[in-house]
Design a protein around this ligand. Structure first.
Ligand code: ZN
Length: 382
């Protein structure tokens, strides 16, 4: 077989349909229970021949066009030569059919090209970051790992309690990520926060000042099985996570943690690649436009409310509807866009690099910290 195709087993969901000559075809796997059409894929193609392939013809099939899939998800895909550094596939190397993405990738002898719907944050990668956060922090902060449960398939459910030694925090700020496990910018949000507190990169910022009076707890991967399998929004048992009827073992364990912490602020990090509204096409779920945390962010994080349709929490989300009546928790769900970015310094909208996405997380989290320090989050009467 001249071309070899490789699908990682720690962030799966790519099905191989055909490999022949200089052509391969794949499709995203549709998992039982997922309520969105599957649009996630991540795989590699390697030239095992003795001669350079002028171009490997790679086709991703059975993609859903139109409104039911927020179509542009798959029109800004990425490729990589080493599986680490990703860039948008150049226009000249890709073409689109009604339900297909065709990529023409020049491949020298022994060369590999990786293709993904967006920046993949695999289960193995998440586990490696977790191990790193358990090492002594150069920042001098304490990142205490706590396993608060196990997934259906036995993967650990982890929280990191972040504290400044000597501080006596009065309030709890909780970040949850990865419920919908291929919404990569949600997982990236938690990763940037934990990396920043661990490395010391947040020193002398509002995010560091937050720890004077607030304890920050981050759950970086609330649905580890979903991440490992590349599911859109379900756990390994096919339960839609954070749906009102979500009684998954993962969410029950998380509710137990939230009952213990009784957070004043809960930020639930999701992500998407939509193009509805104005760039960067983002929104925050909230109950009303007057919700204090939402109002604070809308006024200070440009573009955080740029989707054409308002996103209401209403009674639709398990975690949020659990904590608000019990603890008066301020809640938002973030939907950071992995396909669009508007530089804070000005300049036209563009397809973000991984570094751009990390800058955007810091924009959000800085203002979340400021809300706690200077906004209504600082009021005892919240
Ligand atoms: Zn989601």
């Amino acid at each position: 077989m001249p071309l070899h195709i490789y699908v990682p087993d720690d962030h799966g969901a790519t099905e191989v349909l055909a490999v022949s000559g200089d052509a391969v075809a794949v499709r995203p796997r549709r998992w039982p229970g997922d309520t969105y059409p599957s649009l996630w894929f991540w795989f590699a193609v390697r030239n095992d021949t003795n001669s350079a392939a002028p171009a490997a013809r790679i086709e991703v099939r059975e993609l859903r066009p139109g409104a039911d899939s927020y179509e542009p998800f798959w029109k800004h895909c990425l490729w990589s030569r080493d599986g680490e550094a990703w860039e948008r596939i150049p226009d000249g190397c890709q073409s689109f059919g009604e339900t297909t993405l065709r990529i023409d990738a020049p491949l020298a002898v022994g060369e590999t090209v990786w293709v993904a719907a967006t920046f993949p944050l695999s289960y193995a990668g998440c586990a490696a970051r977790s191990a790193a956060w358990q090492q002594p922090a150069p920042s001098g902060l304490t990142l205490e790992r706590r396993e608060f449960g196990r997934s259906v398939e036995g993967r650990p459910l982890e929280a990191f309690h972040i504290r400044r030694p000597g501080a006596a925090p009065e309030h709890q700020f909780v970040i949850v990520a990865g419920q919908h496990a291929v919404e990569q910018t949600g997982k990236l949000f938690a990763r940037v926060v934990l990396d920043g507190y661990h490395s010391g990169a947040f020193a002398n910022t509002p995010m560091a000042a937050l720890l004077e009076q607030w304890a920050v707890t981050v759950v970086p991967l609330a649905n580890p099985d979903g991440c490992a399998h590349g599911r859109m929004n379900t756990n390994a048992a096919g339960v839609v996570v954070d749906d009102p009827a979500d009684d998954s073992v993962e969410t029950r364990a998380l509710l137990g943690l939230l009952d213990e912490l009784q957070p004043r602020v809960l930020v639930n990090c999701h992500g998407w690649g939509n193009e509805q509204g104005a760039p960067p096409y983002e929104d925050l779920y909230r109950w009303t436009d007057e919700d204090p945390l939402f109002a604070w962010l809308r006024a200070r994080v440009p573009g955080c409310n740029s989707s054409s349709a308002a996103h209401w929490l209403a009674d639709r989300f398990r975690l949020e509807c659990h904590v608000r009546p019990r603890y008066g928790t301020e809640c938002v769900i973030t939907e950071q866009n992995w396909n669009w970015y508007v530089p804070p310094s000005g300049g036209p909208p563009r397809h973000p690099t991984r570094a751009d996405l990390e800058v955007r997380v810091v924009e959000y989290f800085t203002e979340m910290a400021c809300f706690c320090l200077h906004g209504k989050g600082a009021d005892a009467a919240l």
